[in-house]
Write a protein that binds this ligand. Structure first.
Ligand SMILES: [Zn+2]
Length: 275
């Protein structure tokens, strides 16, 4: 667990399980000769990934930004995704009961799986913020999105939701903004402190290696929309010197965006203020 401090808020970067996904699908139209240099694949063409939710301490209470992959997955699932389960609340200063609000970028299993137990029990006592459109699409998936939404786990959050549309302040200083691209209702989460802007990028920027604009995932349902969303948000990230938290780096990552001498968007790693 890594700690980042603002004047009013403290951000804990958690570990909620490791897994692996097909490298080609993760890098879309980028050829393997290029992406394999950034993240080498295993003999099944999978690249190592993980899930890193944020636990945010604010003057008003504790907010969880995503829950991650979590635990309790079956054997078949372990095999396909090379899962190594981790309990995100292992070494946190609080337990799940003290979380007052949960904010999800979207509801794919690697982002929302931990919210519930395998037999469909909600693990928290807090509302879950998600885009209205994301909830509807999660509950009525189509052939291409079905494998990403695990209905048995989603059953547990029915009735616990706080549905939003577009951009909204969901907690003092914590905002969500719908980006689309990955899913129709995908959103990012912005935490505005007095001296710092923290951003949980969700799948707008899945790993530190995805920062170049065309490095859009094959998993994205609307890749062109994702490109346009990135153009808008990247400008803001640079202008505001935002501290960006990526969800899926195998080793947890936080960094600031800049444009290099060749005009490419890159990330400069920022070291945590503590462990
Ligand atoms: Zn993801």
């Amino acid at each position: 667990m890594r700690v980042f401090k603002g004047k009013r808020t403290t951000v804990y970067q958690l570990n909620s399980g490791k897994f692996a996904l097909d490298g080609g699908a993760m890098f879309g139209v980028v050829p393997k000769v290029l992406w394999n240099r950034l993240i080498p694949s295993d003999d099944l063409n999978r690249i190592p990934m993980a899930t890193h939710p944020l636990l945010v301490k604010t003057p008003k209470g504790w907010v969880l930004i995503e829950s991650g992959l979590g635990t309790g997955w079956d054997e078949k699932f372990h095999k396909i995704y090379d899962v190594a389960e981790e309990d995100p609340f292992m070494d946190t200063p609080i337990g799940r009961d003290e979380v007052s609000l949960i904010v999800q970028t979207h509801l794919h299993f690697d982002h929302a799986g931990e919210l519930s137990t395998p037999d469909g029990l909600f693990r928290y006592n807090a509302p879950v913020v998600v885009q209205n459109m994301e909830w509807a699409d999660a509950r009525f998936p189509h052939e291409r999105s079905r494998a990403s939404y695990v209905q048995e786990r989603l059953n547990a959050i029915e009735g616990k939701l706080r549905l939003v549309s577009g951009t909204a302040e969901v907690w003092d200083g914590i905002y969500v903004a719908k980006t689309g691209g990955h899913t129709r209702g995908h959103q990012i989460v912005l935490i505005r402190d007095l001296d710092r802007l923290f951003v949980f990028t969700g799948d707008l920027l899945p790993t530190q290696h995805h920062s170049p604009l065309p490095y859009v995932m094959g998993y994205d349902l609307f890749p062109e929309e994702m490109l346009f969303a990135r153009k808008y948000w990247y400008d803001l990230f640079i202008r505001e010197k935002a501290l960006l938290f990526t969800p899926h780096d195998r080793i947890p990552f936080a960094g600031e965006m800049y444009i290099d001498e060749r005009g490419k968007h890159r990330l400069r790693e920022i070291t945590p203020d503590g462990d």
